[in-house]
Write a protein that binds this ligand. Sequence first.
Ligand code: NAP
Length: 323
Amino acid sequence: MFSVYATHADADDPLSALRIGEQPEPHVLEGWTRVKVSHATLNRHDLFTLRGITSHREGISFPIIMGNDGAGTLDDGTPVVIYPVMGSDDWRDDETLDPHWHILSEFVPGTFADYVAVPKRNAIVLPEGLSALNASVLGTAWLTAYRALFTKSNLKPGQTLLVQGASGGMSTALIQLGRAAGFEVWTTSRNRAGRALAERLGAHRTFDANELLPRKVQAVISSVGTASWDHSLASVARGGTIVVTGGTTGMDVGLSLLPIISEQITVCGSIMGTLQNMKDMIAFISSAGIAPEIGKVLPMERAEEAFRAMWEGTTHGKTVFTR
Ligand SMILES: NC(=O)c1ccc[n+]([C@@H]2O[C@H](COP(=O)([O-])OP(=O)(O)OC[C@H]3O[C@@H](n4cnc5c(N)ncnc54)[C@H](OP(=O)(O)O)[C@@H]3O)[C@@H](O)[C@H]2O)c1
């Protein structure tokens, strides 16, 4: 079947590991189902796959069909969106705490193909009014944003959220979700276009990257990593929270414990979300009338140009591949 896959890892030249061509159809294990993919969404995680970056000790099973996120139809035509987290069959707690957890495209083939196979519980039936296009972006960046905002940030309506970075998939999700939830949404961006996008999506105030804020905020959510860490720490109010969801510019930071102790700052990590988080988010965006920001839609055959744009840092919102 048609697929977009990675042959190996190349940390410095990730696009050299990208292939577009034929791969075998995935096995549909007992208790799993086959989804015919109509829309699949690019994530920075896909670049990490090409670079060999993973939190799993086992590494990535190359060659691997890429793609965490997607929507499509079951064999009987039912429209579904995919929840990308999987793990032990008998795990009943928070899926992201399962020691055997993983996401699509690490050990099992991903969504950038004609078909993807997932456990039946990972195929969520689309509610009326949610298109496959809009649903296809929800599995990774949006799910992570939802959980960081609603279960980790400790924010109450009316309090101020700082989103580090404005133009990306997760940042745009945080701005749209945060605005709809009644938070005061502030965001930073490296450029004017990012700030303009954030304002269009509902950010109350925007700032240049690392600009001094007029006052401190109750919570910061950052996927930017090294480049924004000092600013996040300087921007959070006494008793506030920094939720760390990514490290686009690097994972290493200099950390002085004194302000964390004396200002009583909570620093917490957040990764993906539970199946229930995803269902709750779908209900929330449906009732709030949120249309996720989609920067580009293009045929999956043209995946390489989208990967290149993400590698060069020029995408905005989500990029969706169609089949
Ligand atoms: N924890 C999790 O479960 C989880 C889930 C999804 C993603 N992530 C991680 O979160 C990060 C963001 O993912 P994403 O899919 O939103 O990526 P993306 O769409 O490529 O967005 C990148 C974001 O980083 C900002 N940025 C700041 N400095 C940058 C630089 N030098 N180069 C590129 N971007 C820069 C951009 O904002 P401006 O352009 O406005 O400055 C933009 O908002 C990645 O590190 C990803 O691995 C983690």
